[in-house]
Design a protein around this ligand. Structure first.
Ligand SMILES: [Zn+2]
Length: 254
């Protein structure tokens, strides 16, 4: 069999053998928040996770005032695109306005994660895009945009429009002087891609002082990208990190 045939066969087999509990979107948001916090994405109250609710222009998010590690199911709000609270108590982070812009302009996106992860934040100060030159980080190969200008605190519609356009059809965005953003078709995918942006930044900060990162072959980068983002593989990876979170906090989803 050719490599392509073997990969196609493996994807079909993984779909059959790799299964994940049927968590609700709310449960996946809580799990993702804890997974991200335990991988260096916490930065005080900064960062938001949102996912589309049943109504296409409404979305779920955490209420402002909590760190990623504090989020529980009862803390989630359902808001409309003007950030009016439709369900739950408290207020959303006003920066969720740029999420509303992305949901409006990218109908395929169902989950957005934005964090100020440590290594991404450090790299974002240098004014350069990330170099995707390691197999693990190929989930980002030709799939991460770069916004080189910092528009300030992203509370207004101007920043929402700018950030949404800067995504340019990619799954991820590096925001100069700020952090990362992922806009994906599931909570699991948005979380796994966010983890890899932070890892890519950490790897680049480790490699850069030693020498120049060597580019990988585009065709192989694309191959690895598609392989790593196969749905059952993404779900299995999310499930692995979720098990660790639930082991540490057994009552997380109660
Ligand atoms: Zn931010």
């Amino acid at each position: 069999m050719t490599k392509v045939e073997l990969m196609t066969q493996a994807v079909a087999q993984m779909r059959e053998h790799l299964t994940m509990p049927e968590w609700s979107v709310s449960e996946k948001i809580v799990l993702a928040a804890h997974i991200l916090h335990s991988h260096g994405h916490g930065s005080g109250l900064a960062g938001q996770i949102t996912a589309r609710a049943d109504h296409s222009s409404h979305f779920l998010t955490q209420r402002i005032g909590q760190g990623l590690d504090e989020i529980r199911l009862s803390d989630l709000l359902t808001v409309d695109e003007e950030l009016r609270v439709l369900k739950g108590s408290g207020m959303p982070n006003p920066a969720n306005r740029f999420h509303a812009w992305i949901y409006r302009e990218h109908p395929e996106v169902t989950c957005i994660i934005h964090t100020h992860a440590l290594h991404v934040s450090a790299w974002s100060m240098l004014g350069h895009p990330l170099e995707i030159a390691h197999m693990d980080t190929c989930v980002l190969f030709d799939d991460i945009s770069f916004l080189p200008t910092w528009p300030g605190v992203p509370i207004g519609d101007g920043e929402g429009e700018l950030i949404s356009k800067a995504l340019a059809g990619k799954r991820a965005l590096l925001l100069a002087h700020h952090g990362l953003l992922t806009a994906c078709c599931s909570v699991e995918e948005a979380c796994i891609v966010a983890l890899q942006i932070e890892r890519a930044a950490q790897l680049q900060l480790l490699a850069s002082p030693v020498g120049e990162c060597q580019k990988i072959t585009p065709e192989l980068g694309k191959e690895a990208h598609d392989w790593l983002l196969c749905e059952s593989r993404v779900q299995a990876t999310f499930y692995y990190y979720a098990r660790k979170a639930l082991h540490e906090f057994p009552s997380l989803l109660m």
